[in-house]
Structure formats: structure tokens, C-alpha cells
Ligand binder design. Structure first.
Ligand SMILES: [Zn+2]
Length: 351
């Protein structure tokens, strides 16, 4: 499967925090042939083990969940109020399509309704609509139709609707590149490690509920007890008009972004340098992510038990946490190649 098709498959799968089943099933099917052991833990983390010769455990982490909404209330006319899950930007939602996944797994589309400008008071035209005033219109005429004919219940999750597409020669636009880009980096890495005589045991954890507070990563790290960890992310690229260099966490086209510090974590210099050396040895371009924006699963992983030597490597993605995020396939490919080389070189030094 080529990189575009892999990213398309993972981004198109719904997986709001706590409701990751569809994306977990997609990943399990993809990585099953590449690993020695595959299991799902109590909270829903998917853990895949690729055994090496030594007992040294290298954890690769990416979160499966994406931001979304839950059905909060269904009114008598059949309009649905939404409860946000994760860090939404309320400017972005009006007029977009959302997909509800009901209890039977059926997907139902709806549009986020807006009042026509014709009836708005002049002052209201300038206003951002607060999330709590947004409503979804699924084309029903009554609460009964929403509940019975469409099978929609209070608490059902919903995600942005838009399927992945290509922009230009080597850019793709999709929902949820944060963090399906990271998940896809690990899938391609496990694929590339097939048949390789590994020193370290590589344990991939595709975790739940990062967007609700790094939840799955915390419990995954505790049970795996890694000697070293790398968190893979689709991080914010802000190389766009109107943004000064200090506010550009990463830049597209310059390869994987290596974190030195973000809001949840300060990377040990040994990890940053080990990643830099690997990239230089392999001739892979890389960049240092501008400190210190965002937070990642590394914030939880490095504090596990007695502490874990942890690094973060990210694919630069523009417009994350919006209906369409974008990434360059060259950045994606450089990221999994860097991670693959790092796994091959992880020999237990540093333990
Ligand atoms: Zn993320």
C-alpha cells in the first residue's frame, strides 16, 4: 500500500476520543502481518509487538483518537446539539458536514446549520458562533425520526465528514492528520522492519484519548515498561501568510520535526542528538520544532514509573484541528524512514 492510500484509509476512519473502534480495526488489520503479537488493552489501546534479540524495549506511540463531538440533545424538530470533545476552534465549524456513527456503526451525515445572513442583526454578522449554539441538521423532521429511523442516541460520536483528497502533486488534505499521520508512520515503519534482525524489541502502541488528556499513552507506558520511547505526531505547521517565524512550530517540506520542548515535555538532549545523528547518517532532512507549542503523549510517557527516555518526531501538518489538515507525502516518507533507521540502531545503549 502506498503512503497516500495508507493515510487516506486511516484519516477516513472515524475515531473520536473514547470511540476509536473503527480506526483501531483498520490499524490492526494493517499491522497484523508485520508483528509477532497484537492485543487490545482495557482502555482500547492497540499494542503490537515486534520482537528483537534483546530485552531492550523501544516504545513507538501514536494516538488514534481525533477531536469530534457527541450528540448532546435532540430537539422536537430533529435538530441535534453537540458537545465538543477535544480542542475545537469554534470559528471553523458553521456550514461544514459532520458524520455521526450510531451504535450499530451506521454513518449518518448532517450539516452544521447557520442562520441566513438576511435575518441577522448587523452586529451578529461579525460574531463567532459559540460551540454551544451550534446545531446539526440531519434532514429529519422530528425527534422521533432521528431516534427511531436514523438510530441516533444521546452520546453518539461524530467527526468531520470530508474524505481525504490530493492537492497538487504531493500534498494531501484530510481530517485527523493529527494523529493519523503518526499512526501511519508507525505502520510503515513496522512494514519496513519485516525480516530485519532487530536488537531492540519494538512495541508499537496506538493509543486512545490523547485529546482528552494523554490518557491511553499513560496506561500503555505503564504496562509496557519501555526503556526508551518515541511519540509520533502530526504537529502544527504554520508556514503560511501572516505568521512570523517565532510562531511557526514547523514548516512543510523540511522533513520530520524533532521536538526539543513543548508545553508537556522537555526532550533529553541525548534523544534529540540520537535522532539528529540518525537523520544525518541516513541523509534524511529534518528540522527542530520551534519551542514550545502544543503537547503530546510524550508528556505522559516520560513520567511513567521511574521515568522513560523519550523523544518526539512529527510530520508537519497545516490546519490541524480543522475540517481539512494537509501534509506533504515527502515529509511523511522522510519521517517513517527516520523512525525505521532509529529502530534498527536502538541497541540498548543509554539504558
Ligand atoms: Zn496529536
Amino acid at each position: 500500500m502506498d503512503s497516500y492510500t495508507l493515510l487516506e484509509r486511516l484519516c477516513n476512519s472515524p475515531g473520536v476520543s473514547g470511540f476509536e473502534t473503527p480506526v483501531r480495526e483498520a490499524i490492526a488489520e494493517l499491522v497484523g502481518p508485520f508483528v509477532d503479537e497484537l492485543r487490545v488493552d482495557t482502555l482500547g489501546n492497540l499494542i503490537a509487538v515486534r520482537r528483537g534479540r534483546s530485552g531492550f524495549k523501544l516504545l513507538l506511540d501514536a494516538h488514534m483518537d481525533e477531536i469530534g463531538f457527541l450528540v448532546q440533545h435532540i430537539d422536537e424538530q430533529g435538530f441535534i446539539s453537540v458537545a465538543p470533545i477535544g480542542g475545537w476552534d469554534q470559528r471553523l465549524l458553521p456550514s461544514h458536514l459532520l458524520t455521526i456513527v450510531n451504535r450499530a456503526g451506521r454513518r449518518i451525515e448532517g450539516v452544521v446549520g447557520t442562520q441566513p445572513p438576511h435575518i441577522l442583526k448587523p452586529a451578529d454578522r461579525e460574531k463567532v458562533i459559540p460551540l454551544e449554539e451550534l446545531f446539526l441538521d440531519v434532514g429529519a423532521t422530528s425527534r422521533q425520526e432521528v431516534r427511531e429511523a436514523m438510530g441516533i442516541s444521546i452520546g453518539d460520536p461524530m467527526v468531520l465528514h470530508y474524505p481525504c483528497r490530493r492537492l497538487g502533486r504531493e500534498t494531501l488534505a484530510a481530517k485527523a492528520l493529527d494523529d493519523r499521520a503518526g499512526c501511519a508512520v508507525i505502520v510503515r515503519t513496522l512494514e519496513a522492519l519485516q525480516g530485519v534482525d532487530l536488537e531492540a524489541t519494538v512495541v508499537a502502541a496506538f493509543v486512545v484519548a490523547e485529546e482528552r488528556g494523554l490518557i491511553g499513552a499513560r496506561t500503555a507506558a505503564y504496562q509496557i515498561e519501555p526503556d526508551m520511547a518515541i511519540a509520533l505526531e502530526g504537529t502544527a505547521a504554520a508556514d503560511m501568510p501572516g505568521v512570523p517565524p517565532t510562531r511557526r512550530p514547523s514548516i512543510q517540506g523540511q522533513g520530520p520535526a524533532i521536538t526539543v520542548a513543548d508545553n508537556s515535555f522537555i526532550a533529553p538532549r541525548t534523544m534529540v542528538q540520537a535522532l539528529e545523528r540518525t537523520a544525518e547518517r541516513e541523509g534524511i532532512p529534518y528540522q527542530i520544532k520551534t519551542p514550545s507549542y502544543g503537547s503530546t503523549d510524550a508528556g505522559a510517557i516520560h513520567q511513567s514509573r521511574g521515568g522513560v527516555l523519550t523523544g518526539v518526531v512529527s510530520v508537519p501538518c497545516r490546519y490541524i484541528h480543522s475540517p481539512f489538515s494537509t501534509c506533504r507525502l515527502s515529509d511523511f516518507d522522510h519521517t517513517w524512514r527516520l523512525l525505521t533507521a532509529f529502530c534498527k540502531g536502538a541497541t540498548g545503549v543509554g539504558k
